[in-house]
Design a protein. Structure first.
Length: 359
């Protein structure tokens, strides 16, 4: 089957890797740059997506959540959290593809057009990332925030990944500090507006000195598309909303989605891709979206932080934040504390179930 892939990120390059040489149109001069994301995945996800261990830069076993006055620590077993070399990953995957750089697709139907060329293919894979200029007309509206971060040097910085839930830092999402080693850190945030000023605030709060230029881009909160196939066009990765709404992460989901799509293309059965991915991820992403709204927009995260302040909770699954939050809160004291906020939890879950039942 003649396949053309639009987008040279993890999703599109994962399709190309499985199809052994399928052409990939990439708008930038090189794959892997500019950088967009923090590049954190789970150990299990990295292994399932076959990310080489040579691209694992660091591993972590704790996440500290703070509002800058109180904190709670989630402890993960087996150094479950992995920082990867995202540009290196894309260069690794591109070795299996025919990547055509500086080719920005302007349309995908009835043919793929760029400023320089017109391409024809039996099947077009749209894997353009969070920009979604092409897929937006197919999958509908997804919520986008702006993310901005920078690598810094600071003294006496946190030893673990730190998540900041504070309205001054982000009114709709959160900020973060990730240790990189040797006194360097990646510090950033996502929000609906004002991210440059809020990044400056974070730098002042942590007395951090930038050592590189800021980078970032759109951060998706979903929802995942209700359909992934539109005639001869298949949408995958961020372009299809394959992200975890609680964290905005989507590298592993995009790579697994790309691998599933490539398998369906080899079989000549695009419907198999659509059903397989939605069966695996759609309910999870809808529930995660409802919980994210509760924690960030309804400020439930601040209330739970107050309830559990000073505690160290056992976390079970970095990929499934819903499961981790529920399981970490089990036990007599935890359940009693959650019960105090049961009305908000019930409202969020009811909203999720309504979304799950939507056509």
């Amino acid at each position: 089957m003649d396949v053309l892939i639009v987008g040279g990120g993890p999703a599109g390059l994962s399709v190309a890797r499985q199809l052994k040489g399928a052409p990939v149109l990439e708008e930038d001069p090189d794959v892997g740059v500019p950088r967009h994301c923090t590049s954190i995945v789970s150990r299990r996800g990295a292994e399932e997506a076959d990310i080489p261990k040579s691209l694992w830069l660091a591993t972590y076993d704790t996440i500290r959540i703070t509002d800058l006055s109180r904190e709670v620590v989630f402890a993960f077993p087996n150094r479950e959290i992995v920082l990867i070399d995202r540009p290196g990953l894309e260069r690794h995957l591109s070795a299996y593809a025919d990547v055509r750089t500086r080719e920005r697709a302007l349309s995908v139907t009835p043919r793929v057009s760029t400023k320089r060329s017109v391409y024809r293919a039996d099947t077009v894979v749209v894997a353009e990332g969070a920009r979604a200029a092409l897929s937006r007309g197919l999958v509908g509206k997804m919520e986008r925030l702006s993310g901005l971060q920078v690598d810094v040097r600071m003294r006496d910085g946190p030893e673990e990944i730190t998540v900041i839930v504070n309205r001054a830092v982000s009114s709709t999402y959160f900020g973060w500090v990730v240790p990189l080693g040797d006194g360097t850190y990646r510090i950033g945030l996502a929000d609906a507006e004002g991210v440059k000023a809020k990044l400056d605030l974070l730098l002042r709060l942590f007395r951090a000195v930038p050592i590189d230029r800021p980078f970032g881009g759109a951060v998706l909160r979903g929802p995942m598309a209700r359909r992934l196939v539109y005639g001869n066009v298949a949408v995958v990765g961020d372009a299809a909303g394959m992200v975890k709404p609680l964290s905005g992460g989507g590298i592993v989901m995009s790579m697994i989605g790309g691998r599933t799509l490539a398998d369906a293309l080899r079989r000549g059965d695009l419907a198999r891709y659509d059903s397989s991915v939605r069966e695996r991820y759609r309910v999870f992403t809808l529930l995660s979206r409802a919980l994210a709204d509760m924690l960030y927009r309804q400020r439930m995260g601040e209330k739970l932080l107050q309830e559990f302040a000073g505690e160290r909770l056992r976390a079970v699954d970095y990929d499934n934040h819903v499961k981790t939050l529920i399981m970490a809160s089990m036990g007599a004291r935890g359940m009693l504390r959650l019960a105090r906020n049961a009305h908000a939890l019930a409202a969020a879950l009811m909203a999720a179930f309504r979304l799950v039942g939507a056509p």
